[in-house]
Design a protein around this ligand. Sequence first.
Ligand code: ATP
Length: 246
Amino acid sequence: GSPPGALEVRGLSVGYGPVRALRGVTLDVPAGSVVAVLGGNGAGKSTLLRAVSRTLRHHGGAVAEGSVSYDGRDLHGTSAARVVAAGLVQVPEGRQVFARMTVADNLRAGALGASGGRAAAKRAQARVHDLFPVLADRAHQRAGLLSGGEQQMLALGRALMSDPRLLLLDEPSLGLAPLMAARIAETVRRINADGTSVLLVEQNAALALRLATTAYVLDVGEVALHGPAAELAASDEVRRRYLGVV
Ligand code: ATP
């Protein structure tokens, strides 16, 4: 069987009615790694994360073929809630923090799906406050009043509250100034160093390739290239198409 903590996607195809969003995608996230998925608008990056987190069914009659397995177990038929309990937690595109709730309540909400109980939630909160001191300072403010970068920190912090084994990150740098994007990237690196695997979907290829061990390039639903991140960063095609180097 496969090693514990490995995510394996095999021949995944997803259609939304007539739109074929993914075609035969095969991808691995070995335990402990950071894997980046690059690609432009509409390449299928969000669809891939939805298929892994089992949230596709909330999106316009999506139909999936192929398999997604974690810890050697096929996730087919597993509910989104169980996927979270198994340790796979998604940080959605656009953060989607609960704007009218306080920062502290957003974090508490993140612990709801977790299996660890109160003591675990306390430990997770201490870790989140250590990674993002601003979330402790602003604990009693409404989340909607935070800056975009702080909301991204909160979205990451909320995901960490359930002590995930694999984080699914959808465009964490989207809309952030370069300095803030770099801070988020640095935090993702620390989270990974603490033992959490990361599947990172990004349009910011330069940032993603600096963070990742392995990368995949999606082009209209298909894996066009994959390999060690350093190799992709050096490839002419990637440099031209995704890194804006002429
Ligand atoms: P973006 O960066 O713009 O979010 P993406 O790489 O994440 O792009 P997806 O959002 O996965 O790409 O979309 C892949 C394709 O599937 C696109 O053609 C998109 O229009 C289509 N699509 C995505 N969600 C739906 C939906 N709920 N209903 C119908 N088509 C959809």
